[in-house]
Design a binder for this molecule. Structure first.
Ligand SMILES: [Zn+2]
Length: 138
């Protein structure tokens, strides 16, 4: 559960370090605190997309149903359309960094780092004298 909670706060789900992002859209390749490689497998970004889509659809459904329940039987369909379009546009953008850290937290909760990943993280930290210095291509 701890990895998920750390992911909810946009921190490294493994060690709790912050500063995982370079701007809004780009995540460091490795955690600046523990050296863990964030993309644990090929195509790892798909999991974050699933989290982001689930949150967007969930928010859309809650707001849409709330508008219908509160205003029934005279539902303002045009207003509902505009509000839900704004939600469906903004949530994926605003939520993007959290979708990455939350998915990573979920994955770590189910599949903790193995000995090989821990060894690679430690080696990465040893090779980078200033792990918070920015983008790492490895
Ligand atoms: Zn870390």
């Amino acid at each position: 559960m701890k990895p998920v909670l750390r992911g909810l706060t946009k921190r490294c789900p493994h060690c709790g370090a912050s500063g995982l992002f370079i701007g809004w859209w780009t995540m460091h390749k490795h955690c600046p605190g523990c050296g863990m490689k964030f993309e644990r497998d090929q195509g790892y970004g798909t999991g974050a997309m699933i989290v982001n889509t689930a949150v967007t659809i969930g928010t859309f459904l809650i707001v849409f149903v709330a508008i219908m329940v509160v205003t029934w039987p005279d539902v303002p369909w045009s207003t509902a359309l505009i509000v839900t379009m704004v939600i469906n546009t903004l949530i994926p953008i605003v939520f993007y960094p959290w979708s990455k850290t939350i998915f990573l937290g979920l994955d770590l909760a189910v599949r903790p780092l193995g000995a090989d990943e821990l060894a690679r993280a430690t080696a990465w930290l040893a090779q980078n004298d200033s792990p918070t210095n920015g983008i790492d291509a490895r």
